[in-house]
Design a protein around this ligand. Structure first.
Ligand code: ASP
Length: 312
């Protein structure tokens, strides 16, 4: 019997990430976090686990890592709170779950999975999503848990400005979108994708980005591919990025590589949308595409290929 292929990719956000502005220790910590997340997901796939389990577990690890803008490291809103978004999609059943503007949920990706599995809905928001979290006995935290000095400093720098800022865009020297995500193909040929974010620093008025929007920030379909995006959410919503990649493959017979190039390097660039995505197709091919200076990213496949990268 031939060995069944599987693969996984993760990201920790895209943006202006320049080597000259990074120090060796910080780089080591980022790479370590990406590699821990990849290994956790890879082990699940190797043991015959599902793609959905693998992407949830990989994103869970990244949410617990304070340097990424998700879970523990989520950025501050204008009101000094954290409003987190997450989503997950199963390419086999086309079932999906998502949460938006949730405040006290330790791991929003876990709640998104619960929405997919145990509710009749796809997207739950704010207080209602938190009530659902309580019903499902999902772990909640006090605001203190999400407090990090670095994020608080970022908010203070821009709190008197009108607009919201994408993660480290505040400090243009290290402009990046620190959202996290994972995509996977399991041994049974099933695809899945998950994404989680704190959104934008200083955001107001209940702003929601692409990450919890199925079809924009996250999409998975066994017929084509699984996609998780990171970048300037407004543009990713308008370009319906994740679903567009799948459509180009399904209706135009493009390869994953061609579809990613078309959307990330042509359509989004034309719109002015900075960012990137990770994607895997039904044959286990992986694409890590971005039109920004860098993207925290990594992948590992059953055929022995692996990579962890930050810069272009
Ligand atoms: N796409 C996310 C948003 O707009 C931000 C990010 O990727 O970091 O909320």
């Amino acid at each position: 019997m031939s060995k069944k292929k599987f693969s996984i990719a993760v990201h920790g956000g895209a943006g202006t990430i320049l080597k000259k502005l990074m120090n060796a220790e910080k780089e080591r910590i980022y790479k370590k976090a990406l590699s821990v997340s990849l290994e956790v997901g890879y082990d699940i796939l190797e043991e015959g686990g599902s793609a959905v389990d693998a992407v949830e577990a990989a994103v869970y690890e990244l949410e617990n890592f304070p340097l990424f803008n998700a879970g523990k490291g989520a950025v501050f809103t204008h009101d000094g709170k954290h409003e987190m978004d997450a989503s997950i999609m199963d390419g086999k059943t086309l079932k999906a779950g998502a949460v938006t503007c949730v405040q006290r949920v330790r791991n929003p990706v876990v709640l998104a999975r619960e929405v997919m599995e145990f509710s009749e809905h796809v997207l739950l928001s704010g207080k209602g999503a938190e009530q659902f979290a309580k019903v499902r006995k999902i772990k909640l935290e006090n605001d203190n848990y999400f407090f990090t000095d670095e994020r608080f400093k970022q908010l203070q720098e821009v709190i008197n400005e009108e607009g919201a800022h994408l993660d480290h865009n505040i400090n243009v020297k290290d402009k990046k979108f620190g959202t996290v995500g994972a995509v996977a193909l399991d041994k049974n040929g099933n695809l899945a994708a998950a994404t989680s974010t704190g959104g934008m620093t200083n955001k107001r008025f209940g702003r929601i980005g692409d990450s919890p929007i199925i079809g924009s920030g996250t999409y998975a379909n066994n017929k084509t591919c699984a996609v998780s995006c990171t970048g300037h959410g407004e543009f990713f919503i308008r370009a319906v990025v994740a679903y567009d990649i799948s459509c180009l493959m399904e209706y135009k017979n493009m390869t994953l590589k061609q579809a990613c190039k078309e959307v990330v390097n042509k359509k989004l660039v034309k719109l002015g949308g900075e960012g990137g995505l990770i994607a895997v197709d039904k044959n286990g091919n992986i694409e890590l595409a971005f039109n920004s200076e860098g993207m925290y990213r990594g992948y590992k496949t059953s055929s022995g290929k692996e990579l962890i990268g930050i810069y272009k």
